[in-house]
Design a protein. Structure first.
Length: 252
């Protein structure tokens, strides 16, 4: 289950994010980093965040809690920044947010060392999800309370921005070569065995089932929202079946 919170206060924008996420306060008095449906990649980035984050959590990675964030039409009317005000207006309705990790620091590949098996599992995960955004330029990992946390999976599942090109799980993903942890991922075969055993069609169905219907079939690529859900599930199942191939791609 994913909780739903109502946004009560816009705290500050996070301008290092291209989609202009923000720290917000919700009606449960907690702080979250909200990803807005009105940003450039729309609800598909929110879908990728939800699927990627929940799969990562199931695999045992540290991932901030994911919630749905309701944004009322009146929210942000007094915001002075026109760019932010336009984004808030375009994001009325259901958005996605993750728990804010206070005093977390950005992972630095030069300073922070990662165990080879953990590095291999993270590379495996990002190859599985087709995540283009965990590079030296933008690691999308934090150190919080001594642990490594994975954040921002919105650039995963890149195929869903153009369903018409097909979505076979066997598709190449050469961008994995730019992954920040590639130099330390020396136990990929072991990671493949460990992680593949934890995933199944049933799990994918339960996670994809969490996607709000209003986020699906926004580009009318499918006859129904359920057909859109099935396409995500079929891709994940297919990708899992071809894990040996994308491991070879990483190693080549």
């Amino acid at each position: 289950m994913i909780s739903t919170v109502h946004t009560t206060r816009y705290v500050m924008p996070l301008r290092e994010g291209g989609s202009l996420p923000a720290i917000i306060e919700a009606d449960d008095k907690r702080l979250y980093v909200m990803k807005f449906r009105g940003a450039g990649q729309g609800v598909k980035a929110l879908i990728a965040e939800l699927i990627g984050g929940e799969i990562a959590r199931h695999l045992g990675f540290h991932v901030p809690e994911i919630v749905f964030g309701q944004l009322d039409a009146s929210f942000g009317r007094i915001e002075g920044d026109e760019e932010i005000q336009d984004l808030l207006k375009a994001s009325t309705g259901l958005n996605l947010a993750v728990s804010f990790l206070p005093e977390a620091i950005t992972f630095d590949p030069i300073i922070n060392k990662v165990d080879p098996l953990l590095a291999s599992k993270i590379v495996w995960l990002d190859s599985f999800l087709l995540n283009v955004d965990r590079t030296t330029r933008n690691t999308n990992m934090l150190i919080w309370k001594g642990d490594l946390w994975l954040i921002d999976h919105g650039a995963s599942l890149i195929f869903h921005h153009n369903w018409e090109n097909g979505f076979s799980g066997a598709r190449p993903f050469q961008l994995i070569k730019k992954h920040v942890l590639i130099p330390h991922a020396t136990r990929l075969e072991e990671a493949d065995v460990d992680l593949k055993s934890l995933l199944s069609r049933e799990l994918f169905e339960s996670i994809v089932g969490l996607i709000p219907a209003e986020w699906l079939n926004v580009d009318k690529a499918f006859e129904s929202t359920e057909a859109n859900r099935k396409a995500y599930i079929d891709f994940l199942v297919s990708r899992l079946e071809y894990s040996g191939e994308f491991i070879k791609e990483v190693l080549s």
